[in-house]
Design a protein around this ligand. Structure first.
Ligand code: GAL
Length: 688
């Protein structure tokens, strides 16, 4: 297969020339040259123009566009255009439209109006893919295939009869016999025993909670079903154009698809991410998503396929990115392993559903802040060839798994939790401490990581428990937090005290859950009354915390110690005196257990302990960071320092900033400021 990446970062965006008269196209390529654009994604939503009637194609406009781009040195990531079926498809085959959990069949007139299990959708998508591959596979501009678009973005689950039939096929392949399914799903409860696979439906709207394992299997099935759509198109592309790499754009930490299962099938990992400029923590969240993308590709370079130059039009109120933020977030992606920075979209639409979404060429034209920032970034990226292909070295692994995500957010649990928030908080704590973090499903070799964090791995498989234990034995400092090891992959409780196999790793077992009244609630839920008998927080005493005490929120539980040291204990409340934080010596490493949830400062105190005991040396690149999140990431020989905070910081490291050409030491980084410090000098100083 042809390599996609070379020694210059990709720079560009979604290009939708079909929205514009041809007269505009010449100006487009002229401006692309000015901005340094070298890659555009074409045709994502062009199905109805490419195939205006079933089996009749119109390619003239696309031929011209690809030739024009090629003549101007712009490469193309060509879409298979299957994400938005044309009106004729649903008119002729209304059964191809998706159905919601309440049984409502969605109407056409928007996008993504298809059921992933619909045979007619699949057939039509496959036919279009083949025709496009045969026509454009040898076009010199085409360097990558872009299958569909953001699978599951709007319709991640379909509950129609076709989906039900496909679900039954998936279950039959998984369980083989109905007896095995009944056993796995625990159907003896609530009179749910099935006599045949034919009786099974998707978990449509029910009177009370649906069967939890049925629901989890439906999440898995739905992710697999979208993946099957991707694989069908990919197989055609491979057959016709074996040399051209294939991508489909992911959406950061997207709940609807298990990207660990997808990643091995995608030649180039690509991601779409739209951090909210109004959210002061947005850069922390995007750092996590970038680390996930690098980890999905096992460290290989990936592409930021879509981001907005400024405002989006998808929120109730859409803040623009303040000056410099688009650049800072672009460098964050580059620092964390991206070899390409692309946008949605090239030219801001004059009509249609996204006309108020910002674009590289704004409504007001090129005498604009956005255009100037685009030109600046495009020109700067050319000087960053050194970074291309370079690896990012992580010191910590963070376990993140879709099964636990789906399961810990079901109904009928001890408390409601946001899995994403639980994982994000630990990622932020590690990142703030200056560590770089790989994400992992947790069932692979973790022994190389000095620090391993396992937040609320509700579903813990034997393989995960074994890998976590092996990491501790081999010398890692492992921290496991509450709600881990509760159930197996069929959601069957691990009996004999929670934590399952991890009891011997951690030297503790859990008897009973005591969620706190202030537990994380779904948006819109009524806050707990001040008179509640369950306290919203609990004090935790331990000398590692500032002033010897921390505040536990959301969760507490009774922890019995078999052989661990009690590092901190609950102070007051129903669990007064019981262990809150324990540490067990395990082989060459340690295994910590935390039985509550803490604020950032208290999490930072624990991370400092893990860093200290693992012997890691973490150097801060700046002299202070009172104004918020300043991230520093070493990629190859370049140390990126990005100030996402609200106050300026001064760098205190040797080396040269390749962006300004100046010395790094003493350099002031204003909010949204970026430095890319070349490593020769950094290396020389660390060697001395
Ligand atoms: C993405 C999508 C793009 C565009 C963008 C707007 O989800 O792939 O086509 O809609 O959002 O933010």
């Amino acid at each position: 297969m042809r390599p996609l990446f070379s020694d210059t970062p990709w720079f560009g965006g979604d290009y939708n020339p079909e929205q514009w008269p041809e007269a505009v196209w010449d100006e487009d390529v002229e401006l692309m040259r000015r901005a340094g654009v070298n890659l555009v994604t074409v045709g994502v939503f062009a199905w109805s123009l490419l195939e205006p009637e079933e089996g009749r194609y119109e390619f003239g406009w696309l031929d011209s566009v690809l030739d024009l781009l090629h003549d101007n040195g712009v490469k193309v990531d060509l879409a298979t255009a299957t994400a938005a079926p044309p009106p004729w498809l649903s008119r002729r085959y209304p059964e191809s439209l998706p159905v919601t959990v309440d049984g409502v069949r969605l109407s056409p007139g928007s996008r993504q109006g298809y059921c992933p299990s619909s045979p007619v959708y699949r057939r039509s998508a496959a036919r279009l893919t083949r025709v496009l591959a045969e026509r454009y596979g040898s076009h010199p501009a085409v360097v990558m295939w872009h299958v569909n678009n953001e699978y599951g973005c709007h319709v991640a689950r379909c509950y129609c009869d076709e989906s039900a039939a496909a679900f039954r096929r998936w279950l039959t392949a998984k369980y083989d016999t109905i007896g095995a399914l009944n056993e796995a799903w625990g159907t003896a409860f609530w009179s749910q025993s099935y006599s045949s696979f034919d009786e099974i439906l998707p978990p449509r709207a029910t009177a009370a909670y649906p069967n939890p394992t049925q629901s989890l299997d439906f999440e898995r099935f739905s992710s697999d079903e979208m993946l099957a759509c991707f694989l069908e198109e990919k197989a055609i592309l491979r057959e016709v154009t074996p040399d051209i790499p294939v991508t489909t754009n992911f959406m950061g930490l997207f709940r609807g698809a298990d990207y660990w299962r997808w990643a091995e099938h995608v030649d180039v990992i690509s991601d779409d991410l739209y951090p909210d400029p109004a959210d002061p923590d947005a850069a922390r969240g995007s750092a996590l998503a970038r680390d996930l993308m690098r980890s999905l590709g096992r460290g290989r370079p990936w592409i930021l396929m879509e981001q907005s130059p400024s405002a989006v039009n998808t929120r109730p109120s859409n803040a623009p990115k303040p000056p410099g933020q688009m650049r800072a977030l672009s460098y964050q992606a580059l620092a964390r392993g991206a070899d390409g920075i692309l946008f949605f979209q090239w030219r801001q639409s004059a009509s249609g559903a996204e006309k108020f979404h910002s674009a590289m060429v704004p409504h007001a034209g090129t005498d604009t802040r956005i255009w100037r920032e685009i030109e600046q970034l495009g020109s700067e990226l050319k000087s960053l060839g050194e970074v291309m292909g370079a690896r990012v070295q992580a010191q910590a692994a963070l376990v993140f798994d879709w099964d636990s995500w789906w399961a810990i957010e079901q109904q009928g649990l001890p408390a409601t939790s946001s899995y994403r928030a639980l994982v994000a908080r630990w990622h932020a704590a590690l990142t703030e401490a200056g560590l770089t973090v790989d994400l992992t499903r947790g069932d692979e070799d973790l022994t190389g990581y000095p620090i391993v964090i396992v937040p609320s791995l509700f579903v813990t498989t034997d393989a995960q428990a074994a890998a976590i234990d092996a990491a501790a034995r081999a010398g890692s400092s492992v921290l496991v937090t509450d709600q881990t090891g509760i159930v197996d992959e069929n959601l069957r409780v691990r009996l004999g005290g929670y934590l399952g196999e991890l009891q011997s790793t951690l030297g503790v077992w859990i008897e009973e859950f005591w969620p706190l009244a202030g537990a994380w609630v779904r948006p819109g839920a009524i806050p707990v009354s001040p008179e509640s008998t369950v306290p919203p927080t609990v004090s935790v005493c331990g000398s590692l915390f500032a002033d010897g005490s921390a505040t536990g929120v959301e969760w507490s539980e009774t922890v019995h110690v078999r052989q661990a040291e009690v590092v901190a204990a609950f102070d007051g409340g129903p669990l007064d005196g019981w262990p809150a934080l324990t540490r067990n010596v395990r082989g060459n490493g340690s295994a910590w257990y935390l039985a509550t949830r803490l604020g950032q400062d208290d999490m930072a105190a624990i991370v400092r302990q893990l860093i200290a005991e693992s012997g890691l040396e973490v150097r801060r690149p700046d002299s202070g960071r009172d104004g918020g999140f300043v991230e520093s990431v070493q990629r190859g020989d370049t140390l990126f320092v990005i100030n996402h905070g609200t106050a300026a910081v001064t760098l205190a490291i040797p080396g040269t900033d390749v962006l300004s050409g100046g010395a790094a030491s003493g350099m002031t980084l204003e909010p949204n400021g970026v430095a890319a410090v070349v490593a020769e000098v950094v290396q020389a100083s660390s060697a001395s």
